[in-house]
Design a protein around this ligand. Structure first.
Ligand SMILES: *[C@@H]1O[C@H](CO)[C@@H](O)[C@H](O)[C@H]1NC(C)=O
Length: 323
């Protein structure tokens, strides 16, 4: 069977029947029914711009929280993604940097706009898992962990101006073009997957911002096409990178929280704009985020490059019997 080698390569999780059209993976909870993870974005710079410092603190916090996995919000390799599956930057920016014991867990990654400027198929290739078995990057997928479903969304193709090769940058649209078909299918699949999800917590992960007080600000295409279905389907958190900072914004008209974790390496752009929702926390520097979940509680913490907890948010959900 041609499938067997593939299945053994991905032994730390299971491919289940797909939820709608999105591939679905599964991750077990801890024996006490909880889950904890770190979120990092905008990182791969061969250790420079304090990437190594942030990584060391992720290792320390990851150990104290006994994390189950790591989520990467994209822009995994600067400036132009990977050149191919044999690009040494994979080891130089990932394997050798996130070397701490506690980070030797599964990493679930999406692609950022910089990743699209290289060989995008390389990052999606199972061959990378032979080099470092932690690596898993897919375009869009659902990760189920009983109490929570994570919906990873490939946001780069939404952004219209990338399709005009801005500043002469080439984007690798293999498997994506034409844009309109790709996006309308993705929005439909995501909406269906959200509707079918019985999980208590729903977390959507993408690279681009929906709400941001930093340089890039709101991403208009996501605000128009994604935000309505996140609100309609009771999504708890939208987690992203793209702006190289840490921020927490809460929606004015629904329970949705916007969490930016894009402080994996280069930061400090010195811009703070007003936002149309409520800005709860903003740090224009390097760091990362943790998320701990139980059936009834979510704890979000943002950390700086020294591992100091800068901002904490706890959310409690009352228990309702499942429908
Ligand atoms: C590294 O982090 C320190 C402490 O936050 C900061 O002062 C410094 O500017 C950072 N260096 C770079 C290159 O980002």
């Amino acid at each position: 069977m041609a499938l067997l080698p593939l299945l053994s390569m991905v032994s730390s999780f299971l491919f289940l029947s797909s939820m709608a059209e999105l591939p679905m993976l599964e991750h077990p909870l801890k024996s006490d029914g909880s889950l904890s993870l770190l979120v990092i974005g905008d990182w791969g710079r061969k250790g420079t711009f304090n990437q190594t410092l942030v990584a060391a603190q992720m290792g320390r916090i990851g150990e104290s929280l006994d994390i189950d996995f790591v989520v990467s919000t994209g822009d995994n390799f600067y400036e132009e993604g990977l050149t191919g599956i044999d690009d040494k930057e994979f080891e130089e920016s990932f394997t050798n940097i996130y070397a701490a014991e506690s980070l030797q867990k599964q990493w679930y990654s999406v692609l950022g706009n910089h990743d699209y400027r290289g060989d995008v198929l390389a990052q999606l290739s199972p061959v990378l898992r032979q080099i470092d078995r932690r690596w898993l990057c897919l375009r869009s997928f659902v990760l189920n962990a009983e109490i929570v479903d994570f919906f990873f969304v490939d946001t780069t193709p939404f952004v219209e101006h990338y399709w005009d090769n801005p500043k002469g940058h080439h984007y690798d649209w293999r498997g994506v073009a034409p844009r309109e078909t790709y996006i309308s299918n993705l929005v439909k699949d995501l909406d269906l997957a959200l509707k079918e999800s019985p999980a208590r917590w729903k977390v959507v992960v993408g690279h681009h911002t929906i709400r941001s007080a930093s340089v890039h600000g709101d991403t208009i295409e996501l605000q128009l096409l994604l935000l309505p279905i996140l609100k309609e389907n009771g999504v708890d958190f939208y987690v992203n990178g793209h702006d190289h900072c840490l921020e927490h914004i809460s929606s004015n008209d629904c329970p949705l929280q916007f969490l930016t974790s894009g402080g994996g390496s280069k930061a400090w752009r010195g811009i703070l704009n007003s936002v149309s929702d409520k800005l709860e926390f903003f740090y224009d520097g390097q760091g990362f985020m943790s998320l701990q979940l139980t059936k009834t509680q979510a704890h979000v913490v943002f950390y700086d490059a020294f591992g100091n907890a800068l901002h904490k948010q706890a959310i409690t959900k009352q228990f309702h019997s499942q429908i």
